[in-house]
Design a protein around this ligand. Structure first.
Ligand code: F6R
Length: 242
């Protein structure tokens, strides 16, 4: 693993955006695996600016997102599709038909999971997968003690996740109870992985996931076994590493 420490969130965002932009410059029809959450917002801002300035061209690229809440449609402002459209897709010259997020409105979990997995294969696999990490080590919606070999599937959200997400909804009853997520097997089959971590509140999990043992109790620890991983952490996130 290539672990890079940068000063702060701004530097992290720029460096990660450079890696994604370089991927698209080198291979214009790259398949980018993308993430939501607060960490990638600065990366998407950089990519949007560089695209506007003509420095990166996304017209041939495709994207596949990690996850989506089950039951929310594209117009719901809490859906991950809405997030991606707001922070990235509507700001770059990507063909909207080449942007992919699991379909939260598909009622049949088996059908949607198979469709999404087949779509990733049809696209030729993920060239680079961007990841953030949860405080418990989750990646996508793969919570502790998930199976390492899983493909895309539907998960029941834990009480901790429902509780953490309720701030975005009017009431806790509105928080979806399930989500579609790429499995750890899907994530590990990406050709490259780019993990970004910011903030002192992530320092404990950085020490565990990237410097501790590989265990299903810390899902992100599995990326230690991936052959091409770059982890970018800011100084605060690295503060518990000796
Ligand atoms: C987002 C995702 C999540 C986040 C993780 C960290 O698509 O799959 O696993 O990457 O929860 O979120 P932030 O960046 O908000 O700390």
């Amino acid at each position: 693993m290539n672990i890079i420490t940068v000063k702060n969130y701004e530097e992290l965002s720029k460096m990660a955006a450079h890696i994604l932009a370089a991927q698209v410059i080198e291979k214009p029809d790259s398949v980018l695996g993308l993430a939501t959450g607060s960490t990638p917002i600065g990366i998407y801002d950089c990519l949007a600016e560089w695209c506007k300035n003509g420095e990166v061209d996304f017209s041939k690229a495709a994207t596949v997102n990690l996850d989506e809440y089950r039951g929310l449609d594209h117009d719901n402002d809490q859906s991950y599709y809405y997030f991606m459209n707001k922070h990235l897709f509507s700001r770059i010259n990507i063909d909207p038909s080449r942007t992919n997020v699991p379909d939260g409105t598909e009622p049949d979990p088996e059908k949607e999971s198979k469709r999404y997995e087949a779509l990733i294969k049809e696209l030729g696999g993920i060239d680079i997968q961007l990841l953030g990490i949860g405080h418990d080590g989750h990646i996508g919606f793969n919570e502790p003690n998930s199976f390492f070999d899983k493909a895309t599937h539907c998960v029941d959200l834990t009480e901790m996740t429902i509780e953490a997400n309720k701030r975005f909804f009017e009431s806790i009853d509105d928080v979806p109870r399930q989500a579609y997520t790429m499995g750890i097997g899907t994530i590990m089959s990406a050709k490259k992985i780019l993990m970004v971590v910011t903030g002192a509140d992530k320092a404990d999990i950085v020490a565990k996931a990237f410097y501790g043992e590989v265990t299903p109790e810390v899902p992100a620890s599995i990326i230690q076994f991936h052959p091409n991983v770059t982890v970018i952490c800011d100084e605060a996130a690295m503060s518990k590493v000796q």
